[in-house]
Each structure stands twice: as C-alpha cells, then as structure tokens.
Design a protein around this ligand. Structure first.
Ligand code: PEP
Ligand code: MG
Length: 928
C-alpha cells in the first residue's frame, strides 16, 4: 500500500489558495475565503458542508472530517478533469489531521480509519449526485477491523458495500450484477432477507464483487485507500454533470455553474449490531407541517438502506423505547438545530454502539401545505418574522395547494362505480393525480412529453428515475416510506405520491401490477388508468373526477396572504370575462378586474348566430338590427360583473379579435358545401331540393364573407381598435351596454367604477377618434337615464408605437394596461400563435433566450418598452394608473419586474390571484 505523503514544495506553492477546510475551521473559512455572509459560505462549502461546519461549531457530535470546496470542483471541471494545483496535497494533509483527531490511521490494519465521500452542492439535490461509504476498507484493513471488533459479519458486509458502491459510482459498473449476486447467494442459502446472510456469505460476496469489477472494467478494485479517496473525489466532482443532476437542476432552476463540494467524513457505523442504528428525521411533519418528530430508522443498518426503501423502516418515535438515551439526546439536538436555523430541519444520524452521531442537517423539503403551515406556525411561535414567513413559501407552492383534489363523496362512491380503492399506504406527497400506469422512467418521460397523463409505478425509485418522475402526474411505489427517495423527490416537485403500497405486486418486466380485490386477482396493465390521493395514501383503479379546492377553508394560506397584502406595493387584479369568474376572483383576493375580454361573451352558443349575422350584414341597417339584439345580453353580463366587483374598478375592453374568428373556417365551409352538393343529387321532392339549395346559397354567402375577411396576417390586420374605426356601430353598442349596465347597478346601490379600454392602439388619433364615440354615447345614456356614472377611458399598450409615443397617447388615455401577450409578439415580431410550436422552444433549449418570453416577461426588450411607457405616460399625466393584463401578470418573475417598473397593479387569471399576492409581497420585501 502506498500512502501518499503531502509534497511540502507543492504545498508552499499553493499556499495562497485553500481548497480544503476541516470541519472545525469555520473561522478560517470566514477569514480567508472572503465570504460576506452565510450564503457565501454555502456557495463555497456546499449546503451539507456548511451545516456540518456549523454543527461542529455548536458543539454537536459530528464525526471529524473536511470539505473540498466547490471552487475546487469548478477548477477541476474547467481544467479538463485535473485537480487544481495543491488541492490533493491539502486533502492528504487534512486526512492526517482527521487521523490525529480520531486516533486512527487511514489504511493502517491495526487501527484503521474509514471515511465516506459525499457530494454537497449549495442547494440540496437529494440523491442526484454521488456518495461512497466505507472508503479505506481493503483486504488488510478488513482483517484488522475483524480483530478489533470481533464481528466479521459487519466487516464483510461493509466491505462488500464499498466494492458495490465504488464499483457502480466510481468505476461505472451497473448495479444489477451486484444485486444478482446477492440474490443468488440468498437463494443458495434458502433465505429471503439480507440480514439473514452470514459473515461467510458476505465474505464470499466480497470475493465475487471483486471479480465482477475486474470482469466488467478490466481493472482491479483499488486496494490503496488513498487511491480510493482520490478516485471517489473525482467521481463526486464528475457527478455534477451526471445526467440526473442536470435533469434535476433544469427542473428546479438551479444554475449549472455552482459545482459541488466534496465532504470527507469519518465513518461511523450503524450496522455494528443491535445497539447500532441509522435514520433520517424531520423536525416537523414535511407532508402536512404538524409540529412533531417525523422519520424512520433501521437497527443494524447503513444510511442508504433507509433512503433506498429496500428494508421496511421503523417510525422514529419507536427509538424512544429502543434506545431511550440516544433518543433523548437526539430530541434535544434537533430542537436546538431547528431553533438555530429557524427552520424545519431534515437530519441524518447514526448510532454506533449507543453513541449518537449527527451526519447532516439541512432545511427540509416540504409539501406546499406543510410550507404554509410551518411558516404561519413559526411566526406564531415567535421563531420568525412575518416577512420571513412570507419568504418561506414559493408562489408555486401556493399554486400547488390550489390544484384540484378528489372530493370525499367521489371517493366514497368510487367503489360502487368500479373505480375501486385498492390500497391505503403512505401519504408521501399530497394532491390528486389521475393518469395511465407506466412502469419505467423512460416511458413516463416519453408519454409525458407526448401530452399523456401518466402515473409512474415502481417497486421503489432511484435517482436515475428522476426524468420520469418530473414527467409524471403521480408516483406510486410498493416499497419504502415517507423518507424514501420517491417520497422526497415527489414532495420536492409537488407531485402527488403514494409509497409503500405493499398490496400491489408490481412486475416491471411484464409491465403490470396485480392486486387482490375481494379475493379476486385484478391486473392493471401499462396504459390503464389509476388515481392516487397523495394526501391520504389512497390508490384507486380507474379515473376519479377532481374538484377545485376549498380556498376559504385554507386558514393558514389566508393568514399568510393577509400578511402578504400588508407588505406588497402592487395591486392584484384579475382577468375575468363572466360574473362567475369575477366572483371567484374576488374570493381569491382580487381588488379589481384588469381585463374583461368582451368577445368571449360573443362566443356563447345562443349569441354566436347573432354575432355572425352582424358580421355578415351587408348593410348598416342589418348590422344595427343584430347589434340591437346583442345589446341586452352584453348589458346583462356587465351588470353581473359590476355587482360582483362592488366598490372595485372593472376594466372592460372593446372588441378585439379579427372578425373571421367568429365565422366557420374556410376549410370547413368548403367541405360542408361539397357535402351538401353531393346530397343534393339524392333529393327527389321539390321542397327537399328547395331547402337544400337555400342551405347551399347560405353557405356560399358565408364563404364569400370569409374570403373577403381573410387576411395574410390576421393578428396584424383588422382587429383591435381598427374594428372601431371601420365599424363604429359595434363600439357604440358596447359602450352603451357598459354604461347602461353601470347606471342600472348604480341605482341598486352598487358602487360601480367602469373603465373602458381600447385594444391595440398605436396612434393618438385612434384614441381621439374612439373617444368621440364614447363621449357621445355616454352623453346619450346619461341623458336618457337621468343618471351619470364616473368612468375612465384608457388604452392598452400592445404595440411598440404605443410605448414610443406614450406621452402623446396619455393626453387622451387616462390609464394604461400592458397587453404583454401582444406586446411580446409585436416587439419580437414573433407570432404568438405559432412561435412556441414552431421554433421558440429551440431558442430556449439552445440558450438563445433565457426563457420563453411569452411566459416570463423579457425584461431587456419588452421590459424596456414598459419602463419607457411608464416614464413618458407619467410625464404627461403624473398620477397615471398603469397595470399589466397579459399572461405575465400571473408569473412571479414578471411580477417582480412590474414592482420594479412602478406599475400600480398586475392582473391575472382568478386562479393565480393568490400566487400574485404572494409574489408581489416577496418582490416588495426583496427590494425594500
Ligand atoms: C395581451 O395581448 O396581452 C392581452 C391581454 O390581450 P389578448 O391576449 O386578448 O390579445
Ligand atoms: Mg392583446
């Protein structure tokens, strides 16, 4: 064995740069690594490393060790997989220091030291990168360890774990041959569980594993402990760019240039007999947020056994009976940790022969419901401020909570309708999921990409399955508990999951699972529908319908949103076209309607024929007659919205879309005509022929109107305020409907604030022209009714010319609303109907654009126009009220931009109003 000594010359040369820090050197980190705050420490040491340093500083029982920094990882990756100068020497020196601390020597058979090598990035990426345990074991140290412990079973079990992990993680041998060898050994012995294998079995497996490594890699498993350490360090660095790590970072928006630290930690063993154990625990329930210790452990096992879900674990509270002293100390430590970090902690621990060791602590991942409850509870407990509480919940989590659920009645009746309840297992991640069963991650990803709803069904999941888990609507496993890989990842992504459904016999090879229902064996094949309730752990066959959540009864969410309302500067309004949407918007906290798209009312079944008649009219008189019939229905809609929004502003936009959208398509008409003409030949009576001919003529009329209206670029054609210029009578009818409705509800005692908005304007003269119509009709309505109503007249900003001349437009417009869907389209010159399906996704995939500009506001271009509009508009009209009503109004990143740009409000779909309330508060706190 060659123990590499540090080279003093090299060490001197690299004296300036420290790549490696011992766990008790947090002061040195703070002094030499120029971190400004805890975030910088985490950037340098990774989240796991930073917290190990902090726990050491708090005097908690952390096994001695050291961390190789993320800077070293980035240096290594940048230099074509060469360790930065001096790094390895520092690692060796640190190793000697650890040896001194624990009184053991790495590679010394008489008193061997073993270490684990663990990845640890700034942001936790559970299971996405590599870890190797038991480094330092070899043929010699194994013998020495047996002498010391008198426990050959433990030693050979640990040694085979090293070869297995090292073989697969570091050397790239697939996991299966090792698993098959274990299965074979069990079969030979006639036993079912790993724990039943003897020392001799494990010893035989050690030999077998070594030959497997040799056979697959034409290379021996390295016996030199320092070689093991060096190769493991490289493997962890390399795993930063492993496929699953990249997938995970893409899915969670973690930057790819952070790199991972490597933590080398003295091994402590949870598999040293029945007075040893290992486990993971959360200081609060990560599924629902209850303040209780939550987690699992295993006696006589190593850490990965708990997370992998291969042995069924014990609930953490049972440790109180099994090992009371260790449990009490553990409880005291985790309480201290939660208070110290002021957040729920997710800890890993090992008990080696009754002695407790803390291996990790981090802020625990949690479901949306738990995040909200914990944030509110922790404020009530005095642990965090309201502002901190607001920062503890992401807008996406609020979104998740408002996702559909199964109603209790639906579930009760499910068994009667053939949608059977087949299992009630661990409620690992809440929410309702309905999808087709698939049995591997690749199929899940492929079907998900094709737009199918899938539920991924596996005995247990592994980090390699993440791409499938991201694509799935739900996750179902037959093994493992609340802290299994499947559960942790599902909670992270907000995907509903049920784990440990032991009733299901999952046969991945044949792509089926079997389950007994009333003594009958039922088979579910790939592609068949199943439904999961991740909140209760129930699994149903078939498709259960879902329903909206009960927002009013979400007490903690409403508390948190009230706190958000106290700090946000932006108003939150909603886009609503119907009274029922306005009612929902108000319930969700909207303070106004930012956009009522009047054309949606035109599309309703009984109205469309009148609208079509209006469009088809060849004379003004006929058009007016159709408009007269539309007037009362529009007025009725507006009355409903005004009533729902009593006391709040309602912005109603004049008709916007190109008129052909209300008519059948050219292709459908041609096909219908051809069909009619064929049928004509089969009619015999004169009256049949007459009727059919009449139909043909009517279709031909529509066809010629459709032809006349057809345009090469309809989105840049006769639409928006251009319709008011060409057909002012439509505008007259709409203005009359708005103001008559306002007069009527005002008489009922409703406090009504209508605002009339012009779409697509780009020249001040357009606004002046339409204003004349509006003012004329208003004067008529007020004179006829003998009542006046205050109203405003304003413009959307949807084309660059409106932004460029916003000072002129503001002479007429009293308010602006940014239609960022169109403004993005017109600024980029990209069709909003085609760009995403034709080319835009390639732009984001190839990094030409940081994100889809139709989803996240393009600050550099569209944002610049918005800022310009704000400045120019308010130069003319200092108090001018401005908001956004494009889809971006519900996107947290865009909301932050709106806050910075000085808008008054954002307007979004009613369902996103709670999200916007939180996002607006977070923006205000971030930039206060
Ligand atoms: C917009 O363009 O952003 C907008 C709100 O209007 P629409 O989507 O109806 O064109
Ligand atoms: Mg628009």
């Amino acid at each position: 064995m060659t123990v590499l000594a540090a080279d003093p010359v090299k060490e001197k040369a690299s004296a300036q740069k420290t790549w490696v820090f011992l766990f008790d050197e947090l002061d040195k980190v703070e002094a030499t690594a120029k971190p400004k705050d805890w975030e910088d420490v985490r950037s340098l040491l990774g989240g796991k490393g930073a917290n190990l340093f902090e726990m050491t500083r708090l005097g908690l029982p952390v096994p001695p060790g050291f961390t190789v920094t993320t800077e070293a990882c980035n240096g290594y990756l940048a230099a074509n997989h060469e360790f930065p100068t001096g790094m390895w020497d520092q690692e060796v020196v640190a190793m000697h220091e650890v040896e001194r601390k624990v009184g053991k020597t790495f590679g010394d058979p008489k008193n061997p030291l073993f270490v684990s090598c663990r990845s640890g990035a700034k942001f936790s990426m559970p299971g996405m990168m590599d870890t190797v345990l038991n480094i330092g074991l070899n043929d010699e140290t194994a013998k020495g360890m047996i002498e010391l412990t008198g426990d050959p079973r433990f030693v050979y079990d640990s040694y085979r774990r090293l070869i297995q992990m090292f073989g697969s993680v570091v050397m790239g041998v697939a996991d299966e041959p090792f698993e098959e060898a274990i299965a074979e050994q069990k079969k030979k012995r006639g036993v079912r569980h790993d724990v039943e294998l003897t020392a001799e079995d494990w010893q035989a497996l050690v030999e077998k594993f070594k030959t497997l490594v040799k056979a697959y890699k034409s290379q021996e498993f390295p016996q030199d402990p320092y070689k093991q350490l060096e190769m493991a360090t490289r493997a962890v660095f390399n795993s930063w760019f492993g496929k699953r790590a990249i997938d995970y970072r893409n899915a969670t928006n973690i930057s790819h240039d952070l790199g991972t630290a490597v933590n080398i930690v003295t091994m402590v063993f949870g598999n040293m007999g029945n007075d040893s154990a290992t486990g993971v625990a959360f200081t609060r329930n990560p599924a629902d947020g209850t303040k209780e210790l939550y987690g699992d452990y295993l006696i006589n096992a190593q850490g990965e056994d708990v997370v992998a879900g291969i042995r069924n674990t014990l609930p953490i509270m049972q440790l109180k009976q099994d090992m009371p002293d260790a449990f009490n100390q553990f409880l005291e430590i985790v309480t201290k940790l939660e208070n110290h970090f002021q957040d729920m902690q997710d800890v890993e621990f090992t008990i080696e022969r009754k002695k407790l060791w803390m291996l990790q602590t981090r802020n625990g991942k949690r479901t949306a419901r738990a995040a909200i409850k914990m944030a509110v509870d922790m404020n009530n407990e005095g642990l965090i401020t309201k502002k901190q509480a607001i920062g503890r919940v992401t807008p996406e989590q609020v979104d998740q909570l408002l996702h559909p659920q199964f109603s209790a009645e639906i579930k009760k009746s499910a068994s009667k309708e053939g949608r059977r309840l087949v299992s009630k297992a661990v409620n690992a991640s809440p929410g309702a999921a309905v999808g087709m069963a698939v049995f591997d991650a690749d199929t899940a990803a492929e079907w998900g990409k094709a737009g199918k709803a899938v539920i991924m069904v596996r005995p247990e999941t592994k980090p390699d399955d993440v791409h499938g888990m991201i694509a799935a609507k739900g996750i179902l496993t037959s093994r493992g508990g609340a802290t299994s890989h499947a559960a942790v990842v599902a909670r992270q992504f907000g995907t509903p999951a049920v784990c440990g459904a032991e009733e299901l016999a999952i046969d991945v090879d044949h792509r089926i699972f079997q389950v007994h229902i009333d003594d009958k064996l039922v088979e579910v094949r790939e592609g068949e529908w199943i439904s999961l309730d991740g909140g209760t752990g129930e699994v149903f066959l078939g498709q259960l319908p879902t329903q909206d959540p009960d927002f009013d009864n979400e007490v903690e969410l409403n508390t948190l949103l009230k706190w958000a309302d106290e700090v946000r500067k932006l108003g939150v309004w909603a886009n609503a076209d119907y009274p029922k949407d306005a009612v929902r918007a108000r319930r969700y906290g909207a303070e106004g309607i930012g956009l009522c798209r009047t054309e949606h009312m035109f599309f309703e079944e009984e109205r469309l024929p009148i609208v079509q008649e209006m469009i088809m009219a060849t004379s003004k008189a006929r058009r007016l007659s159709a408009l007269e019939r539309l007037l009362p229905v529009q007025r009725g809609d507006f009355e409903g919205i005004f009533r729902a929004m009593d006391g709040n502003p309602v912005i109603i936009r004049l008709l916007d879309p190109p008129l052909h959208e209300f008519l059948p398509s050219f292709h459908d008409l041609v096909a219908d005509l051809a069909d009619l003409k064929v049928r004509l030949q089969h009619f015999h009576t004169l009256s049949e022929i007459d009727t059919a001919l009449g139909q043909v003529r009517a279709k031909e009329d529509v066809l010629s109107r459709v032809k006349a209206l057809s345009e090469s670029n309809p989105m840049l054609g006769l639409r928006g305020d251009r319709l008011s210029v060409v057909m002012p009578e439509i505008t007259e009818m709409q203005v009359r409907a708005i103001l008559e409705a306002a007069v009527r509800v005002k008489r009922e005692g409703i406090d009504v604030h209508p605002e009339i908005m012009v779409p697509l304007a780009g020249h001040v003269n357009e606004l002046k022209y339409i204003k004349e119509i509006v003012d004329r009709v208003a004067a008529e309505v007020f004179a006829e009714s003998g009542t006046t109503v205050d109203f405003k007249y304003g413009s959307m900003v949807e084309v660059p010319r409106a932004a460029l001349t916003a000072d002129e437009l503001a002479e007429v417009a009293e308010f602006y609303s940014f239609g960022t869907n169109d403004l993005t389209q017109t600024t980029f010159g990209m069709s909003r109907d085609d760009a995403e399906s034709k080319f835009l996704l390639e732009y984001t995939e190839k990094g030409l654009l940081p994100s889809n500009p139709f989803q996240q506001l393009d600050r550099g271009g569209v944002g610049k126009l918005i800022k310009m509009t704000v400045e120019l508009g308010r130069a003319t009209r200092p108090e001018m009220h401005m908001g956004i009503c494009g889809e971006h109004g519900g996107d947290p990143n865009s909301i932050e931009f709106c806050h910075l740009a000085g808008l008054n409000y954002v307007s979004c779909s009613p369902y996103r109003v709670p999200i916007a309330r939180l996002a607006a508060a977070q923006a205000a706190i971030k930039h206060s």
